[in-house]
Design a protein around this ligand. Structure first.
Ligand SMILES: [Fe+2]
Length: 285
């Protein structure tokens, strides 16, 4: 049969009929259907289609060991958040985007250690407890954290100014399921704008900023892993995150604390900033 606008979809979808993996077959046929519908509706010119191919090629070329432009593209199109939300845990801490900066192995650190290796100005303690949805504290849970500096840059963005691992730490909860570490209050920051995704935002008059946050991946035996953020309540751009990742349950007050006894408990001097972020993991069924 001739390939026509009308017959194209059945021909291409049918070409996947013999795919042995049923899920791959289902996804490829669904992709064919939606992609063809999109192309029929948008009706791009040859020039526009070439521009799209060049854009995706450039997104790929922009990726390296320390940069993930495809994740960024997925993020700004809201796809990352859709996938996270579809796969969210019931009753557990809500998930949000991984983002493009979790690319180095976080250095293993002891509870109470600082992830700030460059001496920021506002000392901050982040503490919390990892629990199961049943309420039971989870001892030995893994808590992987990463964040930007007070100036809004991740270590991988400033290899000449920040040692690798700055702002990152991999912690294990104590027998009561608790974790705590020292850091600085992160800043809001722009996602990288010097690549094709940045140019897309500029061309569509969208700002590139994300509200201030600390990233977490928490996991424990017998429980579902969660990838999430603690957002700094009241941060700039909290209502217009460029990657749509804010959820109100993930907003955390970063509180100026003057009590010297609480400061001593965490091995810091008052005043300091304290943020409490408890994490709940769903039991694996
Ligand atoms: Fe981030």
């Amino acid at each position: 049969m001739d390939f026509t606008v009308g017959s194209a979809t059945a021909a291409v979808a049918g070409s996947f009929d013999a795919t042995p993996d049923p899920r791959l077959r289902e996804v490829m046929q669904m992709l064919t259907q939606h992609l063809h519908d999109f192309v029929r509706e948008a009706a791009p010119t040859i020039g526009e289609w070439n521009t799209a191919i060049e854009f995706l090629t450039e997104v790929g070329r922009s990726c390296s060991d320390t940069r993930q432009e495809f994740i960024l593209l997925s993020d700004v199109l809201g796809v990352s958040m859709l996938v996270e939300t579809i796969n969210g845990q019931e009753g557990g801490t809500e998930s949000t985007v991984l983002g493009p900066f979790h690319m180095t192995e976080s250095p293993r650190r002891e509870l109470g250690d600082s992830v700030d290796l460059i001496g920021g100005t506002r000392v901050c303690v982040v503490s919390g407890t990892v629990r199961s949805t049943s309420g039971e504290p989870l001892a030995g849970a893994s808590v992987d954290v990463w964040q930007c500096t007070e100036d809004g840059f991740y270590d991988v963005q400033q290899p000449e100014r920040q040692p690798a691992g700055n702002g990152r730490g991999l912690f294990r909860t104590d027998p009561e399921g608790r974790f705590w570490f020292r850091t600085v209050v992160p800043s809001h920051y722009p996602i990288p704008t010097d690549g094709p995704v940045g140019r897309l935002l500029a061309a569509t008059d969208r700002h590139p900023y994300r509200p201030a946050h600390v990233h977490f991946i928490a996991s424990a035996q017998g429980h579902e892993e969660v990838t999430t953020h603690a957002f700094v309540a009241g941060s700039a751009y909290i209502d217009s995150d460029a990657v749509f990742a804010v959820k109100k349950n993930l907003m955390v007050e970063f509180v100026e604390t003057t009590d010297p006894d609480i400061a001593a408990e965490y091995g810091v001097e008052a005043p300091f900033v304290h943020a409490e972020f408890d994490i709940v993991l769903q039991e694996r069924s």
